[in-house]
Write a protein that binds this ligand. Structure first.
Ligand SMILES: [Zn+2]
Length: 115
């Protein structure tokens, strides 16, 4: 198949190129992550107006990563393919208002109704 060969050539040529560009691509990806963290940190609480802050954003991100690890570890033995969407649960440091952020969303913080 012609497309099969094209794919193989792309893979053979693309993989070394990807490895060569990794020292450039990785810092760009990390910088993009830092920019989105800072953008979220500047979000103001809808209830009290205080900035959420970097410390709370990073805490929520770590918590979501730990939850993702627990979920994947629980799914793999059952033969399920995990779909990774991390949800960060964020609390306003000023008033405790609850927000969440989905890692697959380009948007910002989403207010969560108190239960
Ligand atoms: Zn608040």
């Amino acid at each position: 198949m012609r497309s099969d060969w094209a794919f193989r050539i792309l893979l053979i040529a693309g993989l070394p190129l990807f490895v060569l560009l990794l020292p450039v691509l990785l810092p760009i990806a990390l910088a993009g992550d830092a920019v989105s963290e800072r953008r979220l940190a500047r979000t103001r609480c809808g209830a009290c107006g205080r900035e959420i802050g970097l410390a709370e954003i990073r805490r929520a991100k770590r918590e979501a990563a730990a939850q993702s690890r627990r979920t994947v570890q629980g799914m793999i033995p059952r033969g399920l393919r995990p779909r990774m969407v991390a949800i960060w649960r964020i609390r306003c440091p000023g008033c405790g208002a609850a927000y969440r952020y989905r890692s697959d969303s380009a948007g910002g913080l989403e207010a969560v109704e108190a239960t």
